[in-house]
Ligand binder design. Structure first.
Ligand code: S3P
Ligand code: PEP
Length: 757
């Protein structure tokens, strides 16, 4: 920044904090301030945040290149008129000068500018830092006030690009993220996000303070009251000015709010618990949801982008694997429990629900479509079903984070609704192929637009009459099958889906459990539209795909003895057990039973030397998500393991063949990548007594794919050096608590966060 002199007019909290922030960053120019109150100037001088101060601008203008107006909104007019007068006197080099402000409303300040200058000067850039505090005055100045906060600039068409760039740099130097919008948009957005909440806080506190039991009210006021009303302690003059200046936008926002409040009042009056629950649930999740939506990321990764950190796992070599544990609930079944529960008649109680980001995104989507859902709380969710035709239009695009299952199943379900919808997701999901569902859905009569090459977002036109089709799937995909069966619920006639190889059948099982007839003829699943679903309890088993990491961990670690409880062993999911057994793993199943139509068992696994195998092609769809873990088993086996017929792995959250091959290369495990698979040369030797390490360590990028991150975490058990795995936030999509559980069984994983770029 090359600003020989910055003049701050109005030394309140914002002006003072800017001065303090710039001083901390080593701002090379002088910082001078003008304020009507000499005590504020003395205070700032004694804090060392300004170099000089004066109660009038005249003496400070010479040599000034940048002026920041930080006076209250309604004083802006007077200051601007005075400034225009002084500038006409030639006190300053006008060619070089840039003027900006920090006012909380922009239309009124723009009008004041035109009044003072006769037009909006091209060197004037209006702005507003979205940061503040209920405290005021320069004594409360905080050099970190703008750090990672947003600053909105509202340039006009003929604003000089250089002036805009210099104001941008000023804020960026204080750590702020600078964005641009029009004056009108700014005022509307701020009316809702800032002005309305302040109005409510002032009003609530004032209303309560005037009631005769006020002493008791304030004596017993708890955290909720304090949180909600903190901002009622803000500067009254400043806020009066804001409401005078932004009247129209505030009134619009207030009208919307009053309509919402009236709805809630009615629900309370009529003891309408379902309506209240729907509103409270939506609201209680909305904040986090919108943060992630804005970041176009999964919940955790979005949170990290907000915090500008990157999560890594540092895995120390060695460790042990013994204990009795239960991994979180099955992701596929959790998605379906919410979907079918919402579409059923009656109340569905779910236990064992996976509180991972993918299934939570599905849950949020139904809340957005008006379904009242309680929880999740420790795996319990209560869904107040609205019936097959009871969903309401969502208020905007449905955001599914990282979840391919979510997007493909929703595509089918929403094709049958009366309303339009749009499905979006994070950067990984946006790259995944959706034509596999869009094309057959179109054959059923759905209207779906995709981005080029069949990528998300999907735009689905409601109100289409669907008809059943007889569809032969080109790929063995449970997501495609489930998508078409869900659309089939809304279609006229029979929907028949033929699979080239068996894929997970949770949709069929759960539909049957909810009393909806689904037939199977050989390799074809069949249902007819027009029925109803009856709610019933769902017990979600532990996810065999999550268990797989621990199975492989125990299988490769000498001395291990691990029991995994209540794992789903649906025959369409047990490829990982079959493959590990074929490699020589010591596996025992006990306590087999059926819960809610899904078989479960406890699985005990102990160390035994593994050998490389040719993986039978028919096992591929039955173990599709477990290959990253199985590749680590292969790396620790004796001999070569060959996988073929697994091209689907290339279109998961990452290209899992390439991502695993790159990581194995770093560890020093020889492998050959094939179009549809991989050959992995196991590092164990024939007489392996379990004491040798099998490979080295290094830094591996998981590419944001949860299963790649977890696979290399277990690889550490037989590594000779630490493994640093980067980009691990998405582990929370399928396996929240993975690191804690891994460490409980004896693995050695630490999490690290570092600043992102
Ligand atoms: O239906 C499901 O719940 C899933 C099906 C599989 O995907 P495909 O259908 O694309 O094989 C699997 O990879 C995914 O994790 C979950
Ligand atoms: C592929 C996976 O999930 P999805 O397709 O739902 O993103 C997975 O969990 O490995």
């Amino acid at each position: 920044m090359n600003e020989p002199r910055l003049l701050i007019v109005g030394l309140g909290l914002i002006g003072g904090s800017l001065a303090a922030a710039l001083k901390e960053t080593g701002f090379p120019g002088e910082i001078v301030a003008c304020d009507r109150n000499p005590r504020e100037l003395e205070q700032a001088l004694s804090q060392g945040i300004i170099d000089a101060g004066d109660t009038s601008m005249v003496n400070l203008l010479p040599r000034t290149t940048l002026i920041l107006l930080a006076v209250p909104v309604l004083s802006m007019q007077t200051v601007l008129v005075e400034l225009a007068r002084l500038l006409d006197k030639g006190l300053v080099d006008r060619e070089r000068l840039v003027i900006t402000d920090v006012g909380s409303t922009k239309a009124s300040i723009r009008a004041a500018t035109i009044e003072a200058f006769g037009k909006i000067p091209s060197n004037l850039v209006l702005g507003h830092p979205i940061a503040g505090s209920e405290r005021s005055g320069v004594a409360a100045a905080n050099p970190r006030l703008f750090d990672r906060h947003k600053v909105i600039l509202t340039p006009e068409k003929d604003t000089a690009p250089d002036a805009l760039a210099r104001v941008r740099r000023l804020w960026q130097a204080c750590g702020a993220e600078v964005m641009e919008m029009t004056v009108e948009r700014h005022d509307q957005v701020l009316a809702r996000t800032s002005h309305l909440p302040h109005l409510l806080a002032f009003s609530l506190v004032d209303t309560l303070a005037r009631q005769h039991q006020r002493q008791d009210i304030f004596r017993y006021a708890a955290g909720g009251f304090r949180d909600f009303t903190r901002i009622a302690g803000s500067d009254p003059v400043m806020w009066r000015d804001i409401f005078l200046a932004n009247r129209d936008a505030v009134l619009d926002a207030l009208d919307d709010f009053q309509a919402g409040l009236a709805g809630l009042r009615k629900a309370v009056e009529q003891a309408d618990g379902d309506s209240m629950l729907a509103i409270f649930d939506r609201a209680s999740h909305a904040r986090r949801y919108f943060d992630t939506l804005l970041n176009q990321s999964s919940y955790q990764a979005g949170y990290q982008i907000m915090q500008q950190t990157i999560l890594s796992f540092r895995v120390s070599p060695g460790g042990s694997v013994s204990r009795r544990i239960r991994v979180p609930g099955d992701k596929s079944i959790s998605h379906r429990s919410i979907m079918l529960g919402a579409l059923a008649e009656g109340v569905t109680e779910v236990s064992g629900f996976l509180e991972g980001e993918d299934s939570l995104a599905t849950l949020q989507a139904f809340r957005d479509m008006g379904v009242a859902i309680e929880g999740p709380s420790q795996g319990r969710v209560t869904i107040h079903g609205v019936g097959l035709h009871g969903l309401k239009p969502p208020p905007g695009p449905i955001y599914l984070g990282n979840s391919g299952t979510g997007m493909r199943l929703f595509a089918g379900l929403l094709s049958g609704q009366a309303f339009d919808s749009e499905l979006t997701g994070d950067a990984s999901l946006t790259k995944r192929p959706m034509n596999r569902v869009a094309e057959p859905l179109r054959q059923m009569g759905a209207q779906i637009d995709t981005a080029p090459e069949g990528r998300p977002p999907l735009k689905i036109r409601g109100g289409q009459a669907l008809k059943g089709i007889d569809y032969e799937m080109p790929v063995a995909s449970a997501q495609v099958k489930s998508c078409l069966l869900l659309a089939g619920l809304y279609a006229k006639g029979e929907t028949r889906v033929r699979e080239p190889a068996p894929t997970r059948d949770h949709t069929e099982r759960m539909l049957s459990g909810f009393g909806y007839p689904v037939r199977r003829e050989g390799d074809t699943a069949i249902l007819s539209g027009g029925g109803t679903l009856q709610a019933g309890p769902i017990d979600v088993p532990a996810d065999i795909s999550s268990a797989a990491f621990f199975l492989v961990a125990a299988a490769i670690t000498p001395g291990s003895d691990l029991i995994l409880e209540h794992v789903g062993i649906n025959p369409t999911r047990i490829g990982v057990l079959n493959i590990l057994r074929a490699m020589g793993a010591d596996l025992e199943l006990s306590g087999q039973q059926e819960v809610g139509g899904e078989p479960v068992a406890d699985i005990r696994i102990r160390y035994a030397p593994l050998r490389g195998i040719d993986i039978p092609v028919d096992q591929v769809p039955l173990a599709i998500d477990e290959f990253p873990a199985l590749f680590i088993a292969a790396a620790n086996a004796c001999g070569t393991t060959r996988l073929r017929g697994a091209e689907e792995l290339r279109v998961k959250e990452s290209d899992r063949i390439q991502a695993m091959a790159s990581g194995l290369d770093i560890l020093g495990v020889t492998n050959t990548v094939r179009e549809d698979g991989i050959d992995i040369e196991g590092r164990a030797e024939k007489d392996d007594d379990g004491s040798r390490v099998h490979y080295g360590g290094g830094r591996i990028d998981s590419l944001g794919d949860h299963r790649i991150a977890m696979a290399f975490s277990i690889a550490g058990l037989r590594a000779g050096e630490p493994i640093l795995i980067e980009n691990c936030a998405n582990v929370a999509t399928s396996f929240p608590g993975f690191v804690d559980l891994a460490n409980q069984v004896g693995m050695l994983i630490e999490t690290e966060t570092r600043e992102g770029s």
